[in-house]
Design a protein around this ligand. Structure first.
Ligand code: FE2
Length: 187
């Protein structure tokens, strides 16, 4: 861990153990969502499902990227991932994004997807609010992830017919235009 890196955050008035807890729960939500989005993407088939497949894939790979980007900051601050993956999964900051009862119903599928993104937006907004002006590195990281979660919500919401998102596709799935620079492993 970075001794001074943690100390300056404490001195700025942040309860670092509490912050680490939030980062671990956020990392767990990314990891579990990556898993659940794999199941959702695989089941996104047929005339309606096929069009959804690519944006699910984009959100899926970017969630994995978010996990990778969060990981070093947890350890830098003196935290760690739980030893047992089952304990880790139980701590997730967002509910399990289960395959809906009828996977053929793309409305049901989309509502699972959009709710997962909305939860993530709340999680990173809370971390940004907690760290702004105090823990610059965590703030910038959480803000980068927040940008991508907001885009994911916009795409799924547009699919649900809730109004235009104003976005156009960004290129290859998993590009992580905001979070990429925080990753210490290849995207
Ligand atoms: Fe994410």
């Amino acid at each position: 861990m970075g001794k001074v890196a943690r100390q300056v955050v404490e001195q700025a008035g942040i309860n670092v153990n509490e912050l680490i807890g939030k980062l671990v729960r956020a990392a767990s939500a990314e990891f579990t969502t990556y898993y659940y989005y794999t199941v959702l993407r695989v089941n996104s088939i047929g005339f309606e499902g096929e069009g959804l497949k690519e944006i699910i894939e984009d959100a899926r790979i970017e969630d994995r990227n978010h996990f990778e980007a969060l990981l070093p900051r947890i350890y830098e601050l003196g935290g760690a991932l739980p030893r047992d993956i089952k304990d880790f999964a139980k701590e997730a900051a967002c509910p399990d994004a289960y395959l809906p009862a009828n996977p053929q119903d793309m409305k049901q599928m989309l509502s699972v997807l959009v709710e997962a993104e909305r939860c993530a937006i709340r999680v990173y907004t809370e971390i940004c609010n907690l760290t702004t002006g105090k823990d610059h590195r965590t703030y910038e990281l959480a803000l980068a992830i927040l940008h991508e979660e907001v885009e994911h919500e916009a795409w799924f919401s547009e699919y649900l017919g809730e109004g235009p998102s104003g976005h156009f596709r960004r290129g290859a799935p998993g590009a992580s235009p905001y979070t990429g620079r925080f990753m210490t492993v290849p995207k």
